[in-house]
Design a protein around this ligand. Sequence first.
Ligand code: NA7
Length: 555
Amino acid sequence: MTQTDDVETAVTRYDAIIIGAGFSGMYMLHKLRDELGMTVRLFERGDGVGGTWYWNRYPGARCDVPSMFYSYSFDDDLEQEWQWTERYAAQPEILRYAEHVADRFDLTKNIEFGRLVTAADFDDASATWTITTDEGTKESARYLIAASGPLSAAQVPRFEGLDDFAGDWYHTGDWPEEQVDFTGKRVGIIGTGSSGVQSIPVIAETAEHVIVFQRTATFSVPAQNYSLTAEERDAIKKDYKAIRASGRVGSGSGTPMPAPKAFANELSPAELQHELDAKWEWGGPAFLRAFKDTMTDRKANRLTADYVRAKIREIVKDPDTAELLMPPDYPIGAKRLPADTGYFETFNRDNVRLVSVRGTPIERITTNGIVVGDEEYKLDAIVFATGYDAVTGALNNIRIRNSAGELLKDKWMNGPRAYLGVMSAGFPNLFMVVGPSSPSITTNVLVSIEQHVEWISEYIAFLREHGIETTEADLTAEDEWVEHVSELADGTLFPEADSWYMGANIPGKPRVFLAYVAGVGTYKERCDAVAAAGYTGFIHDGEPAHSLEDVVFSE
Ligand code: NA7
């Protein structure tokens, strides 16, 4: 079905083009090609599949969602045959899994690796998207699916002098393929989010000296990772569907975990302590579910935060270092809560030093190291664990333009706008997987990815079946959705922190909460209701798909 246009650029026409070969793009490719019989081409800037897990090869990189559930559920044989070795898989194992999926479903034959998509232009007349790659090549398709990832645009702060640094420097999200050996080196690590929290303990084991440059002290809870036994795996696999489903209902994050029993103010001091102890022992993000209102009530949140502060004082031997590690007064969980293995303990090591850059920011980088205040810290290597331009970064890095010449980036100047988080008004036939205003980043992203891919491919099947050439989000529906998403966030403590969830980590980025917080189950119900009503809130070939009054978004 592939055609070649007779225009000068010899554009090849596909049914769909997908950007990104992470978990979103790989499943999308499988769905569209193998179930819908479409011609599909996927463009991936890396030289292999895996997306985030292809790039994040830093020491200690590990998932913070249990691997048995941070995996695809769409294929029974796949979920039964893969044997996760740890409760929380490390990056190499997750990458092997992604490669296994690519082999199993023969995906790579439709993927062009090492090709960065730099621009995408929609043409109303032919109802096609034409993408341009960094090599200047162009391809076109009816549908463009952005599976470019919510955490893929790595951010290196523009410190003066970085180019002069004589040592090596790395970003955790753009780590080299070959192993980096820090033995005998003085390593500076900037950033104490999840990537810093995971990498600092591991780098400290080999480096001669580690200096951690901390701007905001972080909360962190132990992952409580362990090796999975065959019995544990088998027990889950026996009942895989039902166990997975239990994490997908209502306001769930998508990961099965113990539900909170009560609101904090319903519990006695002893019961509060018991709930927090139990969740600390359970490990990882479940800690934020000690109470029903941890993320909505300041008092419940403060109890939870103070519990971690007390743990830090207990673990870290030097009282001055412990004080520096004390997270300031932002709600715990309002910045993504890292799940660590020995993070606070690492500051008891003789070869680790903590430097606060909160009051006195990093001034510049020199040939020899990093200058803070009047001190120059001599370094052989610098690790930037400084995060991402989350959710919108990867999309805005592509010059996405509609037929009227409008840029998506300009439309999103004051914050991203997307109906259901899948499509932005004025940009027809462009679907986003785990896009802004969808649950994505606040959930087990594999669950959100599967739901989005399945919903989008069903929609595409519907469009093809009904001979509809273009679909686009209706502006009113989009405005209502964005308003609804923002109201939901305002009912929580999330907006109170300067987090990447809020875009606050990127200078100049609008302060907007980037996700839908009512949970994967509720969100799926909304999406399914839209589909059942004939794709309400979308415009099909210029005509409203259905009356907007059929779908009410306010709670
Ligand atoms: P994060 O969570 O955005 O953390 C970035 C860290 O880098 C954070 O501690 C920042 O301090 C720090 N940072 C950023 N810019 C600077 C400058 N200019 N100076 C000093 N320190 C700086 O990114 P991660 O990669 O750790 O995690 C991202 C997600 O990936 C994670 O949540 C998981 O979902 C997976 P700040 O707190 O902004 O003061």
